[in-house]
Design a protein around this ligand. Structure first.
Ligand code: NAG
Ligand code: NAG
Ligand code: NAG
Ligand code: NAG
Ligand code: NAG
Ligand code: NAG
Ligand code: NAG
Ligand code: NAG
Length: 782
């Protein structure tokens, strides 16, 4: 069954019709030509540039604002909608790959092929596809991108519904299809009781659907994309140029390698809690849009080393496990890409509804895209290329996409007169320390969403519930010493449950932001209120492109018995994974030479609580935790395409553990308040890939930062550039011999200009180290 893509034209207006004709053209297999030193598919270039009018990206129009819902919620609560979604996606994927509105070409906007889409040519010195990563436009750019695929897939969903014989059945499907919006895969929430961490809906090769001719088993369109055919000139590099389907966790990079989706659920189960903790920390502790949104390392900051982008990178790399999703250039061809990015967009929208006053600020791009060379100052009015609002070619900008309802969609938590307080309550319920398993029957309100006030707004609203701690809330110091009394802190059965579950299970006992009626686990034996508790976070910085592909830093508490990537991912001692979503450098991109440092985190608190429960850790106080971590925190690095690599071979890698005092929320509509951060530099200092002052030694505010809880101020470290010894020890307590600094650009090369006005070109990007930048950039950003 194949549709011609015309059915949605009536819904979208006449503009869509002009592009349908392109689908009648044969697939073009052009030659690569060298333009300005870059390989470009000449025939595709010509085909695309001949488009008479611009493609209007509108999102779905014509039936108001509807919620994008969780994939499993759609399947279980709206099975008819889910049915036409699968049918529509299948026909969408079958469109001619030469049609600019095909699944193939829309996926191709993100990375390869590096050719113009809708006539928007490349910038001199471009690198990669159009997608903006490590950029203040990372989150906004993906908004019209998702709206584009949503509006195009919507046409096929409508067509699928219309294909049923006239009557009650067709009416049922047409009604369901009307309200369809792209679903998301919530990889952070604990899966519902019948769900897997890596959903079966993604990993099953076959899907059972109702078609106009009855119930059939079809190839599951969420499992993979089938290239028809795979184009060597578009994909350029093997194995991607020879694989005719998208693959997840391929058994090898041979042409014949199979996908191993079955291995993904254990990996996601092992990482679920860490992903959730990261998302919750982002929601509750990140108040600045740039710091929340993108992963670029800009300042030596200890308090906000994570970002939604870094977390998003981890999902990419883990799902792909060396398949398409693991590499920027190929990721968007895998159908899970869209479900993942809708989740990212939802997280962005939820954050926006709480932080209405922080958005895109002018910043120099540290990386390059197809249209923006590195160093370009991007601001809220920069075009989100190649997306136009209308056929006349009005660019979409970050300012334009601040409010999702302009693109015809919202999210369940933002419906029904949502407020910042109600969104915080929803976030607490799904991702907080008291989180409950995701409820697939959660209230999704179809049909009348347009009439409800969206919480997300393009105009900053007066904060409805300012998240300002009361003046008396912040503790002035630790609670008084009390004799340890572990009995008080025991929850029935938890320790044995923990021990019998190598995987970090979700645990409802850990109400560490609401200890009402429970002993205060932080104080060594004290019963009392949860005045504050300690959060421990491992901050990580590294180079994005310097490893010739995507790689990950695996953080453990305790020894790791094996060095295969799979066993690193499945180790019961794994705390979390910091994954770098990179690319394979090649002659037609300049990524290998980019100095682009990024940061992320691995929260440690939940795993430390497990050690506390088993008695390995005496208390959760820094005085106990710091030496425990120094002894037990270990890390390994592995590339997705080549197994483990020596930590010393990872340029600019630095891990630094910090702790923060967190005051619990006053009620469920508030977030916990993050207080002072302290760097526990001794945990990683002196180890390969450990603490290095050039990345972290910057007190944003002398009163809220010091070097070493243990009272021994860490001596300023010699900048530690990793040596190249392949036999370097791992970060498990074995001190590395001092490493001589090397004359590289480490720590100085990728600093952003402090303000647009001082920027005079990439060569003149001001180069400052550490604190001055942090303070100045903080002034710019706030
Ligand atoms: C839209 O953006 C492109 C790319 O930056 C630019 O060349 C073009 O002039 C913009 N169009 C308008 C109408 O501003
Ligand atoms: C108990 O905890 C308090 C902080 O709550 C700390 O100051 C004290 O040193 C601890 N006592 C012992 C014996 O660990
Ligand atoms: C501490 O809390 C536990 C559990 O609620 C309770 O059984 C115990 O009596 C409390 N101890 C004191 C000294 O208040
Ligand atoms: C990068 O990785 C690819 C794929 O493994 C390999 O073919 C290539 O030689 C590597 N390049 C460098 C510079 O290591
Ligand atoms: C970790 O490995 C070291 C060295 O092999 C060993 O001495 C130590 O006992 C191990 N720790 C655990 C908890 O197994
Ligand atoms: C990994 O283990 C294999 C087999 O035990 C060994 O040959 C190899 O040297 C190890 N690699 C590293 C990096 O430790
Ligand atoms: C704390 O937990 C208790 C019992 O679970 C609950 O009744 C109360 O509402 C919670 N308080 C907050 C502030 O979340
Ligand atoms: C650290 O890990 C390495 C590799 O597993 C191991 O050989 C070494 O014994 C460990 N050292 C300690 C102190 O645990």
């Amino acid at each position: 069954m194949r549709f011609q893509g015309v059915i949605g034209a009536a819904l979208l207006g006449s503009s869509a019709l002009q592009h349908v004709a392109a689908s009648t053209q044969p697939d073009v297999e052009g030659d690569l030509v060298n333009i300005d030193g870059y390989l470009v598919n000449a025939e595709r270039l010509e085909t695309r540039q001949s488009a008479p009018a611009k493609i209007a990206v509108t999102g779905v129009t014509g039936n108001g604002v509807q919620p994008r819902m969780e994939l499993r919620t759609m399947q279980q609560q709206y099975p008819d909608m889910f049915n036409v979604f699968l049918l529509g996606l299948r026909s969408f994927m079958q469109m001619s790959q030469s049609d600019p509105l095909s699944y193939y070409q829309i996926a191709g906007i993100h990375g390869r092929p590096y050719v113009p889409w809708d006539g928007i040519g490349s910038a001199p010195g471009f690198g990669g596809g159009y997608c903006t990563h490590t950029s203040n436009m990372f989150l906004p750019w993906h908004r019209p991108y998702l709206a584009l695929i949503e509006q195009e897939l919507y046409k096929h969903v409508q067509q699928a519904a219309q294909s049923f014989p006239a009557g009650a059945t067709r009416n049922k499907y047409v009604a369901a299809a009307q309200n369809w919006r792209y679903p998301y895969w919530d990889w952070a929430a604990a899966p519902c009781s019948s769900c897997k961490a890596f959903p079966a809906l993604l990993s099953d090769q076959w899907a059972t659907v109702t078609t106009p001719t009855g119930i059939q088993t079809i190839a599951n369109p969420l499992f993979r994309y089938d290239f028809h055919p795979v184009s060597v000139s578009d994909m350029v590099y093997n194995p991607f140029a020879s694989w005719d389907v998208t693959k997840r966790y391929p058994s090898s990079w041979d042409a014949s390698a199979g996908s191993q989706n079955n291995l993904l659920n254990p990996i996601f189960t092992n990482s679920q809690v860490n992903f959730r903790d990261r998302l919750y920390n982002l929601f509750t502790n990140y108040n600045n849009f740039h710091q929340f949104g993108d992963s670029a390392w800009i300042t030596a900051s200890s308090t906000n080393a994570d970002s939604l982008e870094s977390l998003h990178d981890g999902i990419h790399s883990s799902v792909g496990n060396n398949g398409h999703m693991t590499y920027l250039d190929y990721a968007a061809f895998d159908p899970v890409f869209w479900l993942h990015h809708v989740m990212v967009d939802r997280s962005f929208a939820l954050w926006q509804s709480i932080h209405t006053d922080s958005y895109v600020q002018p910043l120099a791009a540290v990386g390059s895209t197809f249209t923006y060379p590195a160093g370009t100052i991007n601001d809220v009015n920069s075009p989100l290329t190649p997306f136009f609002k209308d056929t006349a070619g009005t660019n979409w900008t970050s300012a334009d996409v601040r409010d999702t309802t302009k693109l015809g969609y919202t999210y369940p938590e933002l419906q029904n007169g949502a407020t910042a307080a109600s969104v915080r309550a929803a976030i607490n319920r799904l991702y907080g320390k008291n989180a409950v398993a995701a409820d697939v029957s959660a209230n999704v309100n179809l049909g009348n969403a347009a009439s409800s006030a969206p919480a997300s707004s393009s105009t900053p609203a007066a904060p409805s519930a300012p998240a300002v701690p009361s003046a008396s809330a912040k503790p002035s110091g630790p609670t008084p010493p009390v004799a340890p009394s572990r009995q008080n802190a025991q929850r029935p059965g938890l320790a044995s449950i923990w021990r019998s579950h190598p995987v970090h299970i979700w645990s409802p006992w850990w109400k560490r932001d609401n200890m009402t009626g429970e002993p205060y686990y932080n104080a060594n034996g004290t019963n009392g209120t949860d005045e504050y508790h300690h959060e421990y976070i491992c901050n990580i910085v590294s180079q994005k492109f310097a490893m010739n592909g995507s790689y990950a830093v695996y953080v453990f508490l305790g020894n790791v018995s094996s060095n295969s990537t799979e066993e690193l991912q499945l180790s019961p001692n794994l705390v979390g994974t910091y994954s770098v979503f990179s690319n394979m450098p090649s002659e037609d991109n300049d990524m290998a030479n980019m100095d682009l440092k990024i940061t992320g985190t691995v929260p440690l608190t939940t795993s430390l609580l497990g050690k506390y429960e088993t008695g390995e850790l005496r208390t959760m106080l820094p005085a106990d935790v710091e030496p425990y971590l120094r002894k037990n925190l270990q890390w390994r690095v592995a590339k997705y395409d080549g197994g483990e690599v020596a930590v010393a071979d990872v340029p600019d890698l630095s891990l630094n553990v910090v702790q923060a005092q967190v005051t619990p929320a006053a009620d469920e509509t508030e977030f916990p308040q993050w207080g002072a951060f302290t760097a526990l530099t001794s945990v990683t200092a002196g180890k390969v890939g450990g603490y290095s002052a050039q990345y972290w030694n910057c007190p944003e505010d002398g009163s809220s930062f010091d070097n070493g809880y243990s009272g021994t101020p860490a001596a300023p470290q010699t900048p530690e550039t990793p040596a190249t010894s392949a036999s370097a020890p791992y970060g498990n307590g074995t001190a590395a011999s001092p490493v001589a600094p090397q004359g590289t650009a480490a720590g100085t090369g990728s600093v952003i200009p402090l303000s647009p006005t001082t920027y005079t070109g990439a060569a003149n990007i001001v180069s400052m180290s550490g604190c001055a930048i942090a303070l100045a950039a903080a002034a710019l950003l706030i």
